[in-house]
Design a protein around this ligand. Structure first.
Ligand SMILES: Cc1ncc(C[n+]2csc(CCOP(=O)(O)OP(=O)(O)O)c2C)c(N)n1
Length: 327
C-alpha cells in the first residue's frame, strides 16, 4: 500500500473540504438564480478527484465531465474564474460562454467540462496520443461516470488507448446511477473493472469513499503509466449524495440508501482518521474550514462584480483565432 505522508494527507483533506464548501455555496447561489442553466454537484465523491489529482504534475492533462467543479478546483484553476464562469461572466475561465458544465483552462491543462456523456474519452486519448508522439512523458487523467461506459465512444477510446499503448489513466466514477437509471437496469455487466479488463488493460475496483484507498490505487496506476505500462483503469465505487442535477426530483432511489452512503462520507471518515492519528487537531480543522470559506466568499464577490461579454464579440472565437485566443 502506498501511504501519503501526513502533510499530503492533510492537504488532500483540505482540498476535499474546499470542494464541498464551494459546491454547497453553488447550490445556494443556484436557488438565488445567480447561477443559471444546469448544475451537477459532486458532493460525496470528493475523495476520487482529490486522491487521483494529487498524483499529477503540472504538465499532465485532466479531462472531466459536467460534474467537474471539484476537479477544476483541485487541479488549480482559480476559484474566482470557476465561480465567474458559473455566473456566466466574461471573467470566467471560458469567458462565461460555457457555464458549470464547460470549465476549461489551458494554463493548468484542464480540458473540461464536457457536457456530452463520454465526450471526454476520445479527447483524453487524443491528448495522450499527442504527448506520446511528441515524446513528452505526461499522463492524461480522464474522469467519467459509469453511464459513459454504455457509450460507443467508451469502447473506441479504450481500444485505441490499449492498442497504441497510450499514457492515459481512465477513472470511472461509479456512483451507481446515470441520471435516474440504476446501473443494473442499463448494463449487462455491472463490474466496470471487469469490462475494462476486456481491453487487456490493467484495471482495479477501488473504494471511492476512502481517500487513502484512492490515493494508493491511483499512485500505483500513475507509476505504471509513467514506467511505460500503457493505459490503466480504475473503477472508483462512490456515491453522489445530492440529486443528479438541480432539476432532479430523485424518485429512483430511496432515502435509506442515501442515508447509508452518507454514513461513509469521505470527509468525515478522513477527519476522524487524521484526528485519531494525531495529524489533525481542532485548531487545524478550524483553519482549514475558514480558509475554504474565505476562498469561496472571495470567488462569489469576484463573480458578482464580473461583467458580461460585450455583444459585439459574440461571433468571435467561434472558430480559432490563434493570435487572440486568450481574453
Ligand atoms: C451523449 C449523451 N447522452 C445523454 C445525455 C444526457 N445525460 C446527461 S447526464 C446523463 C447520465 C450520465 O451518468 P454517468 O455517466 O454515470 O455520470 P454521473 O452523472 O452519474 O456522474 C445523461 C444520460 C448526454 N448529456 N449526452
Amino acid at each position: 500500500m502506498i501511504v501519503a505522508d501526513p502533510q499530503t494527507r492533510l492537504a488532500m483533506f483540505g482540498d476535499m473540504v474546499r470542494v464541498r464548501r464551494f459546491e454547497e455555496r453553488c447550490a445556494e447561489l443556484y436557488t438565488e438564480t445567480k447561477i443559471r442553466g444546469f448544475l451537477h454537484l459532486y458532493i460525496g465523491e470528493e475523495a476520487v478527484a482529490v486522491g487521483v489529482l494529487h498524483h499529477l504534475g503540472p504538465d499532465d492533462a485532466v479531462v472531466g465531465t459536467y460534474r467537474e467543479h471539484g476537479h477544476a478546483l483541485v487541479r488549480g484553476v482559480p476559484a474566482n474564474s470557476i465561480m465567474a464562469e458559473m455566473f456566466g461572466r466574461y471573467e470566467g475561465c471560458s469567458r462565461g460562454r460555457g457555464g458549470s458544465m464547460h470549465l476549461f483552462d489551458a494554463a493548468t491543462r484542464f480540458y473540461g467540462g464536457n457536457a456530452i456523456v463520454g465526450g471526454g474519452l476520445p479527447l483524453a486519448v487524443g491528448l495522450a496520443l499527442a504527448d506520446k508522439m511528441q515524446g513528452r512523458s505526461n499522463v492524461t487523467a480522464c474522469f467519467f461516470g459509469e453511464g459513459a461506459m454504455a457509450e460507443g465512444e467508451f469502447h473506441e477510446s479504450m481500444n485505441l488507448a490499449a492498442l497504441w499503448d497510450l499514457p492515459v489513466l481512465f477513472v470511472c466514477e461509479n456512483n451507481l446511477y446515470a441520471m435516474g437509471t440504476a446501473l443494473e437496469r442499463s448494463e449487462s455487466v455491472t463490474d466496470m473493472a471487469l469490462k475494462a479488463a476486456g481491453y487487456a488493460m490493467p484495471s482495479w475496483a477501488v473504494d471511492g469513499m476512502d481517500l487513502d484507498a484512492v490515493w494508493d490505487a491511483a499512485g500505483h496506476a500513475v507509476q505504471a503509466i509513467r514506467a511505460g505500462g500503457g493505459p490503466q483503469f480504475l473503477e472508483m465505487r462512490t456515491y453522489r449524495f445530492r440529486a443528479h442535477s438541480m432539476f432532479d426530483p430523485e424518485r429512483y432511489r430511496d432515502k435509506a440508501e442515501v442515508t447509508g452512503w452518507k454514513e461513509r462520507d469521505p470527509i468525515e471518515t478522513m477527519r476522524e482518521r487524521l484526528a485519531a492519528g494525531g495529524v489533525l487537531d481542532d485548531e487545524a480543522m478550524t483553519s482549514i474550514e475558514s480558509a475554504a470559506t474565505a476562498e469561496v466568499d472571495e470567488a462569489v464577490a469576484f463573480a458578482d462584480a464580473g461583467t458580461l461579454e460585450p455583444v459585439e464579440q459574440l461571433t468571435r472565437w467561434v472558430t480559432s483565432e490563434p493570435e487572440e485566443a486568450q481574453p
